[in-house]
Ligand binder design. Structure first.
Ligand SMILES: C[S@@+](CC[C@H](N)C(=O)[O-])C[C@H]1O[C@@H](n2cnc3c(N)ncnc32)[C@H](O)[C@@H]1O
Length: 216
């Protein structure tokens, strides 16, 4: 079932709804880690957070996709080509858009996803989209691509960022670092949260506060 999509003023309650869904996954994650005797993440908050987010996003990602599909599909379909950097793909819920039928000119895809808890689902979605042979997961942050990921400057035809810059620490710096990886004439396909145009009104203040809490 898709989470309710309210319009009008009730839409302002969405960050609270998102927080509640996310909070539900804390006991869920704890239980799973205990049941599988995987206790190490219980002693390291960053690792726990990755497990928690992976569980939450595997459920929530496909639901959020329903509300974004009308904009993301035409953005990516038939627009990506050559060597592609898929930044923060999560569980790979958009990978079907890279399939040959919709994007025949992609030759290689690097999925840059630091959360190892999402890699199994990401690879499975690459296989489902018929991209198993060309989709390679790089398990580091976008900010580490030059040093750890081994991606050369001027070697990429397409960069895709869909709802991920809000999760990356220091997005301005990452944007500056990623640009030189593009070949001349390369494309960056972007679908991200943006600041409301009602900045001086209640909506602007509410967005600032809720973004601090849900980090978007
Ligand atoms: C809100 S999710 C969106 C996932 C996917 N793009 C989608 O639309 O379903 C944000 C993703 O960015 C990833 N992420 C967080 N920090 C990152 C970083 N430094 N570099 C690349 N990806 C990062 C998260 O692990 C997560 O998978």
């Amino acid at each position: 079932m898709a989470p309710p999509q309210e319009s009008g003023p009730l839409n302002l309650l969405r960050p609270l709804l998102l927080l509640s869904y996310s909070a539900f996954y804390i006991p869920h994650t704890l239980f799973n880690l205990l049941a599988t005797r995987n206790l190490a993440p219980l002693t390291n908050f960053s690792s726990f957070k990755d497990h928690w987010f992976a569980r939450f996003w595997t459920w929530f990602g496909p639901r959020s996709r329903e509300s974004a599909a009308a904009k993301v599909t035409p953005l990516i379909q038939n627009n990506a080509r050559g060597v592609l950097l898929d930044i923060g793909p999560g569980s790979g819920q958009w990978l079907f858009l890279f399939a040959r039928a919709l994007n025949p000119n992609i030759t290689k895809i690097y999925g840059v996803e630091p959360n190892a808890g999402l890699h199994a689902e990401l690879r499975a979605n690459a296989e489902r989209a018929g991209l198993g042979e060309i989709y390679e997961v790089i398990g580091c942050g976008a900010e580490e691509l030059g040093s750890k990921g081994g991606v050369q400057q001027g070697s990429v035809d397409t960069i895709v960022t869909v709802q991920c810059l809000c999760s990356i620490p220091g997005p301005e710096r990452v944007i500056r670092d990623l640009y030189p990886l593009l070949k001349p004439g390369g494309k960056w396909l972007v679908y991200e949260h943006v600041r409301t145009k009602f900045r001086e009104e209640f909506v602007g203040g509410w967005q600032r506060e809720s973004c601090l809490v849900v980090s978007c």
